[in-house]
Write a protein that binds this ligand. Structure first.
Ligand SMILES: [Zn+2]
Ligand SMILES: [Zn+2]
Length: 330
């Protein structure tokens, strides 16, 4: 589907019946075409991409550059296969490229660190293995090759007709990058801003010390750009970045209040906080009903909040026999 002149969106399905799509985009230019994000490495996604190209009268060979906003499986998984089929160069931020090996190739060390982190934050032994391994299935849908080109914040990328500026937006992933076209006021924002869902921001061994603080700073940086069209990695294209950013900030403020309420009852582990706050608008207090995958995300999001609150001086942390306990300083 051509969304605006020169920008095509192709929806790539998630694998194994998991609901959802990744939005891939193709931006036509006089010197070649840029693709933004690739979807999972699955036959369904590859077929959907082929059909999407055909619908728009394009071929694999018409894709010259494949830009990856971040290395989550739903954006980066298929990059290697498409590089092969298109004869294109794969491009991503330098910081993100640095995470590929430990996340996808030699991941034993990272897995052990995740286990340690979950344990330290109070996850009971009975849930530990399940939560530690909750994302392992995704690795079969990623061909983890290094990019051909690594970019830094402020770098430019042109296809002859449009010139994009790289905006690094750490938070959802440390080397997440957006592409901004100042003349057209287009923003390709990956998972940094989504229209219907609040992007996940969690603390984990690769996230940096204060991912939520970084996320909010990145959001404010994007908000300052003049934008006409925002092309996200999932869900609808939209044009009201300021409004959406305000909603996302409000969501985090609301969660912060829920967390502070729990911390006002006494010293708590992150796990205890996560189990004591609402997770879905439609069903309050649903932590136990979440899937292992969602419970893990919930715990990592809670830790990210606690880290930010600690940086802001609202919360204190003490370590007791290998367990981190948080307390309200209010
Ligand atoms: Zn993502
Ligand atoms: Zn995504």
């Amino acid at each position: 589907m051509e969304i605006v002149a020169g920008v095509y969106q192709i929806k790539l399905p998630f694998p194994q019946g998991v609901p959802g799509n990744t939005n891939a985009y193709v931006v036509e230019g006089s010197k070649g075409n840029i693709m933004v994000d690739t979807g999972w490495d699955s036959s369904e996604a590859l077929w959907a991409f082929r059909e999407g190209l055909k619908e728009n009268l394009l071929k694999f060979q018409d894709i010259n550059w494949i830009v990856i906003t971040h290395i989550h499986p739903d954006h980066y998984g298929l990059a290697s296969k498409l590089k092969e089929l298109c004869g294109a160069e794969v491009i991503m931020h330098r910081v993100e490229a640095g995470l590929i090996n430990s996340r996808y190739k030699d991941f034993g060390g990272l897995l052990a660190e995740v286990e340690e982190e979950l344990k330290k934050n109070g996850v009971p032994q009975t849930e530990l293995t399940e939560l530690k391994e909750a994302s392992l299935w995704t690795k079969q849908f990623v061909s983890p090759d290094l990019p051909d080109v690594m970019l830094d914040d402020g770098d430019r990328l042109s296809n002859g007709s449009f010139e994009f500026e790289v905006v690094r937006t750490p938070g959802h992933s440390p080397g997440h990058m957006c592409l901004y076209e100042p003349r057209k006021k287009w923003l390709f924002c990956g998972d940094h801003v989504l229209f219907k869902t609040t992007p996940h921001v969690g603390f984990h061994p690769q996230s940096g010390d204060n991912p939520l603080g970084e996320y909010i700073n990145s959001l404010k940086r994007l908000e300052a750009l003049k934008t006409n069209f925002i092309f996200p990695g999932h869900g609808p294209v939209f044009n009201s970045l300021k409004l959406r950013a305000a909603e996302i900030l409000q969501h985090h403020a609301q969660r912060e209040r829920a967390i502070m309420k729990v911390l006002n009852e006494g010293l708590k582990t992150a796990y205890q906080v996560a189990t004591g706050i609402p997770w879905r608008a439609e069903a309050v207090g649903t932590f136990v009903n979440l899937s292992p995958w969602d419970r893990r995300l919930a715990i990592l999001e809670t830790i990210a909040h606690l880290k930010l609150l600690t940086f802001e001086g609202k919360v204190g942390k003490i370590d007791q026999e290998g367990t981190s306990l948080y307390l309200s300083k209010d």
